[in-house]
Design a protein around this ligand. Structure first.
Ligand code: CMP
Length: 139
């Protein structure tokens, strides 16, 4: 079914000017960028977005990193967009990511791994609503 997922191009990637190369990977996979904005999160905003990870040992480092430079927040649309996006991103740890995936090609480490993508329909809905209003979604 036609589906939407939420995506972030992370600070390690915006810093290295990789937004266009990463977007090309999404588009080549048949994902359409139906909303996109470049923003610089505060550490508190990053913490709110990643609050499910609040008890993890890497939470503070994750929030610092996500607030260290601009991100590009996006909504991607396509057939089975959530699964397709996860395939294009590759495994969380770039050492485990399949050849040709975004993380295999661009990620620097498990923490600085270039992209985030929603893991399920319910989280996609919540994450899209955290960053975008309905008026900003342009299919
Ligand atoms: P993401 O898909 O954005 O969701 C949570 C993030 O936490 C994850 O990508 C990684 O960037 C980060 N993360 C996961 N495991 C670790 C780890 N062991 N050390 C540092 N960061 C991590």
């Amino acid at each position: 079914a036609l589906e939407r997922t939420f995506s972030i191009i992370k600070p390690d990637a915006t810093r290295r000017n990789l937004t266009g190369k990463i977007n090309a990977k999404f588009e080549e996979a048949g994902l359409r960028i139906v909303a996109q904005k470049r923003i610089h999160l505060s550490k508190a905003q990053a913490g709110e977005f990643y609050k499910v990870h609040a008890e993890r040992p890497f939470y503070d480092e994750l929030c610092e990193f996500m607030a260290s430079a601009p991100i590009v927040a996006q909504v991607l649309e396509g057939e089975n967009a959530i699964t397709k996006n996860r395939e294009v991103m590759g495994a969380t740890n770039p050492a485990d990511a399949a050849a040709g995936t975004i993380r295999a090609e661009f990620a620097e480490s498990v923490g600085e791994n270039s992209v985030h993508g929603s893991d399920a329909p319910e989280t996609a809905k919540e994450e899209i609503a955290y960053f975008f209003s309905g008026l900003e979604l342009v299919g």
